[in-house]
Write a protein that binds this ligand. Structure first.
Ligand code: OFO
Length: 172
């Protein structure tokens, strides 16, 4: 059984994951408008990943007989128009999400809540992957010299990404 404090904190994280999804969907729109449809696709796949993260938390609350609370999602905030600055924002955002997940782990440890510790560990591992992906994209941009030709190639490469998350709540 989860404490009310933990239920509230996980519901907050569901909102944050959905904000991430919304942010990446908005970024995808900006990239598509600029003609970078491959980068737009990569960001749209990331939108699905974030919704999966939200649903995995929701499924956990459901399995623990706790109430899921879907709350208002803020308007996505970003000003960046060029590819490199956009991915710098993505990396910084993921670093803030990592800090948020660590707070859940800290609370789970403080409450001796072993079930949530196991769940939080999955997200901690996932955040390693998220930050690694964004760092590699930024490294590739630097290796390519942030040139028009380089971004053209990156656009093709990132467009190859396909979603890998289940869409069925019961298969989470
Ligand atoms: Fe859910 O990992 Fe990104 O935000």
């Amino acid at each position: 059984m989860l404490s009310q404090k933990m239920i509230d904190r996980i519901n907050l994280q569901i909102n944050r994951e959905m904000y991430s999804a919304y942010l990446y969907l908005a970024m995808a729109a900006r990239m598509n408008e600029a003609g970078y449809t491959g980068i737009g696709k990569w960001l749209t796949v990331q939108y699905h990943e974030e919704m999966f993260h939200a649903m995995k938390f929701a499924k956990y609350l459901h399995d623990q007989n706790a109430t899921v609370a879907y709350t208002k999602i803020d308007t996505p905030e970003f000003k960046e128009k060029d590819v490199k600055s956009l991915f710098q924002h993505v990396l910084a955002h993921e670093q803030s999400v990592t800090a948020s997940i660590r707070e859940i782990m800290d609370l789970a440890i403080a409450e001796k809540d072993y079930a949530t510790q196991a769940l939080a560990q999955w997200y901690i591992n996932e955040q390693i992957e998220e930050e690694k992906n964004d760092t590699q994209i930024l490294q590739n941009i630097d290796l390519l010299g942030n040139s028009a030709q380089g971004l053209f190639m990156l656009n093709i490469e990132l467009g190859k990404r396909d979603p890998s998350v289940p869409l069925d709540f019961n298969k989470i």
